[in-house]
Design a protein around this ligand. Structure first.
Ligand code: SER
Length: 316
């Protein structure tokens, strides 16, 4: 039986996408892969250690498991990418090119690759950002996302590869922590509110960004991959959004659950990145083409984050 491969299985998205795909296709039908040993060992089986920038290793993996679908999630996020632009380019672009080339060579059925709101830049309209608009990002992460989007479209047009993509907003989850992004505060605030009663936010209170609860993101990703190819009119990457809020608005929502919660603001280098991104996104094309619909609003997302994190942190 042909298998699905998830590259970047331990990341923020991968660690929730793997179980979701396994409940749909069965454990053996989904190969998880990442660059490090799983902890505890065996937990992620079937699991393969592989560096996404190692073409031979990736090819062996695709052959050995008769892979026909790849979710390629390995990536360096925006803030980490600014600390090491060379690494961001190498991991984000080189690995995608490898996956696309192998997908053509081995005639894979379908590939998923995530883009981001980071594909936009300071000259893009920031409110209700349209599907087709200016893509002139000022971060290396954004540059790799625009490059990747164009590569995906090129492989679709040139080789007929069925590669699909969405521009994720900031993703909020109580399972895996995000690492090295600009939207990470929207997860960190919950941990600190519950554990310390206060949070020091690295963005200004009025910083508004598009966000999404992880369950919506996972469901949307699988729905896009299940959609009939003829319904898809975008082969760069679909705008996708759910909610938009400012840091102060999220803090007010958290306060409804933790009344003594205090927030302070100390903007750092991530403020500049956030200021170059949209405040809200127009994702009507995704809604029209393949029926995208989010379910979690800000109050629902906040309530479930508080409830699940309390359980995870062993609090009442
Ligand atoms: N969440 C990502 C980041 O902040 C955006 O794609 O870098």
């Amino acid at each position: 039986m042909a298998k699905t491969l998830v590259i970047g299985a331990f990341g923020q998205i991968g660690s929730e996408l793997v179980p979701a795909l396994r409940s749909k296709y069965g454990r053996e039908g989904v190969i998880a892969s990442d660059i490090r040993e799983p902890h505890p060992p065996g937990e992620m089986e079937p699991y393969e250690i592989c560096d996404a920038t190692d073409k031979e290793g990736m090819e062996r993996l695709i052959r050995r498991h008769d892979v026909d679908t790849v979710y390629h999630l390995a990536s360096l996020l925006s803030a980490s990418g600014e600390k090491n632009p060379d690494n961001a380019w190498r991991l984000n672009v080189k690995s995608l090119k490898i996956v696309l080339d192998l997908a053509v060579k081995h005639k894979l059925k379908r590939v998923f690759w995530p883009s981001s709101i980071a594909a936009f830049g300071p000259t893009t309209p920031r409110v209700g950002t349209p599907q087709h608009t200016v893509l002139k990002p000022t971060t290396m992460y954004g540059v790799t996302k625009v490059t990747g989007e164009l590569l995906c479209q090129y492989y679709h047009l040139k080789y007929g590869l069925d590669v699909r993509s969405v521009r994720y907003p900031g993703l909020i989850s109580h399972k895996a922590l995000p690492g090295g992004g600009t939207t990470d505060y929207a997860v960190g605030i919950f941990y600190d509110a519950l554990q310390k009663g206060s949070y020091s936010c690295y963005l200004r209170p009025d910083t508004r960004l598009p966000m999404m609860y992880m369950d919506d993101a996972i469901r949307g990703t699988i729905e896009l991959m299940d959609a009939p190819a003829e319904r898809l009119s975008v082969r760069t990457s679909y705008n996708l959004t759910a909610i938009s809020f400012s840091a102060a608005e999220l803090a007010a929502e958290v306060k409804k659950h933790v009344p003594s919660f205090k927030i302070s603001y100390k903007p750092d280098e991530r403020q500049k990145i956030a200021d170059s991104w949209p405040q809200s996104i127009d994702d009507s094309q995704a809604r029209k083409d393949w029926g995208w619909k989010h379910t979690y609003g800000v109050p629902e997302m906040t309530a479930v984050m508080i409830k699940e994190l309390k359980k995870k942190l062993g609090m009442r």
